[in-house]
Design a protein around this ligand. Structure first.
Ligand code: TEU
Length: 545
């Protein structure tokens, strides 16, 4: 069997896929305007094949004013001209398949853009007109209606209501340019069905569903005590007016039936920041195939915390017949090479404003990120790798304020710099105006140090993070197993180690001193570029069998 050949298996692809996340705006620019696009992606498919990923997930590429990086969709059936055309998207899907790579697209069903034809129609209609019922448009409170209908807050900061010129208010759980649609209106469900069919007919293998747990709202619009951010990261609030409500599940079942009516193994993965208690409900056999598990992404570099997340995730998924998902970073969070270089407990959302900046140790962060990659890539289930993780790219946390584009910067009143630092264009070559990303400077500036992280700089360099990822993904294919369990191994309080059914062991050293490795017959891959046969250095990982 060649190193890139997947062993024959009846297991559906998504149960063990490595899914590579592409943020199209920042991956590769084919038309020389400084913004990434589909032409750029098509020219770089060989990078994904060489890396050895099983699937790609594309962040939204639909027609959009990009008020929230494309999560504000004007038309779900058109590609934004900055990214390309529908013909190019269809060709890309087919070409990915020719490279043996499945395709997942992003669906944004909680809100549209304020430029969407439905919202434009609603705004132009009179209060009470049925076309307003596709959104949550309400009179305000107070004698003259000048108070918002309730106290709900936007995830991005500030109130979740915006007033129209005629005095009514509309709900936006995210930016004001992202009005929430009303899922009680049957037209809404029909429209999203049609959108799913549109992309399934173009050959996509799956959907990543944006803010999947917030679609339905309490239509009496009561005030709430808890704020949204707290709800997203903590325990379930029963009957919350707009988060993780029971009435979201019939929508999911409807989509699942639609997917199941297509041939092939079409899947959907939920972006749902929900509690461990309700997480399994989303994974019932007639609901989502997978839910992103963000626990590791939120955890520090902590042996006990990571060990319990891993065992809980494996058990929880197994209990409902699904598989765990592993996510170290994505387009919404600080890149893990930087996160792991900060002391545990640092609030990385505010750190880049507040500091202390000398608390960052970038070398330590990269060492840990490489070890974490070995950790998640040997676990059962599927792993989601965000573009640039394979290069060990750091967060560009000190972007000049004048280039910041994420609405979080303004809406948090400059308490958070937002998410641009993980969305800086990818460096492909060691020189040029944007290190091979484009013929011109990229839409966000890249720091000079990106030259050293370029694909060109790392290719063929055995100690590089890129070659480590390539070796590790090749080994994952070779030593992959369909058993979806792990056995934790006891190697001391500061070592995280487990064994897969085929005898593959992953060992991670969290101690500050080197670890004497237990006996093994073969070392398969090591996160340290200078791995010794018998000892494992701090913050490093190995796979042995
Ligand atoms: O994100 C959902 C979400 O609520 C968070 O990840 C949020 O972006 C973050 O906490 C803000 O600091 C999804 C998308 O992944 C994100 O990019 C979009 O902005 C958001 O939905 C709205 O569509």
């Amino acid at each position: 069997m060649s190193e890139h050949e997947q062993p024959q298996t009846d297991t559906p692809w998504w149960r063990r896929a490595v899914v590579y996340q592409i943020y199209p705006r920042s991956f590769a620019d084919g038309n020389g305007d400084g913004t990434g696009d589909i032409a750029g992606i098509r020219s770089r498919l060989s990078h994904l094949q060489d890396l050895g990923v099983d699937a790609v997930w594309f962040n939204p590429w639909y027609l959009s004013p990009l008020a929230d990086g494309g999560y504000d969709v004007t038309d779900y059936r058109r590609i934004d001209p900055r990214f390309g055309t529908i013909e190019e998207a269809t060709a890309l899907i087919a070409e990915a398949h020719e490279h043996g790579i499945k395709v997942i697209v992003d669906i944004v069903p909680n809100h549209t853009s304020d430029q969407h034809a439905w919202f434009v129609e609603a705004v132009n209609a009179e209060p009470g007109d049925p076309v307003r019922d596709r959104y949550h448009i309400l009179p305000g409170r107070g004698d003259d209606g000048s108070e918002p209908p309730n106290n709900w807050m936007s995830v991005f900061g500030g109130p979740a209501w915006h007033r129209l010129d005629d005095g009514e208010w509309y709900l936006h759980l995210f930016a004001p340019e992202q009005p929430d649609v009303n899922w009680r209106n049957p037209e809404v469900a029909d429209e999203y069905d049609a959108v799913l069919r549109f992309w399934l007919d173009r050959g996509v293998d799956g959907f990543r569903v944006d803010v999947a747990s917030s679609l339905t709202k309490d239509m009496t619009y009561p005030d709430i005590e808890t704020d949204v951010q707290a709800v997203m990261s903590s325990n379930r609030v029963p009957n919350h007016p707009h988060w993780d409500r029971d009435d979201v599940h019939p929508i999911i079942r409807r989509w699942r039936a639609l997917l199941d009516s297509y041939d092939g193994e079409r899947m959907m993965v939920a972006e749902a920041w929900v509690s461990p208690e309700t997480y399994p409900l989303y994974l019932r056999p007639d609901e989502y195939h997978q839910v992103f598990n963000f626990d590791l992404l939120l955890a520090g570099w902590d042996r006990d915390e990571m060990a319990s997340i891993i065992t809980d995730s494996v058990d929880r998924a197994a209990a409902v017949g699904s598989t765990p998902t592993w996510v170290l970073s994505n387009h919404d969070v600080m890149r893990e090479t930087t996160r792991y270089g900060l002391p545990n407990g640092t609030n990385w959302r505010t750190w880049s404003v507040e500091g202390p900046f000398d608390s960052l140790d970038p070398e330590l962060g990269l060492r840990r990120a490489r070890a974490a990659a070995l950790l998640i890539l040997s676990l059962p289930g599927s792993a989601y790798v965000y573009q640039g993780e394979e290069l060990g790219l750091p967060e560009v946390w000190d972007l000049p304020e004048e280039v910041l584009d994420d609405p979080v910067w303004e809406r948090s009143e400059h308490r958070q710099r937002g998410r641009d630092g993980c969305r800086v264009p990818i460096p492909w070559s060691m020189d040029g105006p944007s290190f091979g990303f484009s013929e011109v400077a990229g839409w966000l500036p890249q720091p000079a140090e990106f030259a050293g992280y370029a694909v060109e700089a790392q290719t063929g360099v055995s100690s590089s993070t890129l070659e480590l990822y390539r070796r590790t993904l090749a080994a994952r294919r070779e030593y992959g197993t369909d058993d979806e369990q792990i056995t934790m191994l006891e190697l001391g309080d500061e070592v995280l180690a487990y064994c897969r059914g085929n005898g593959l062991r992953c060992i991670v050293n969290f101690a500050s001193t080197a670890l004497e490795l237990p006996e093994y017959s073969k070392m398969i891959v090591a996160s340290n570029s200078e791995q010794d046969d018998s000892v494992l250095e701090p913050d490093c990982a190995v796979w042995v069998i």
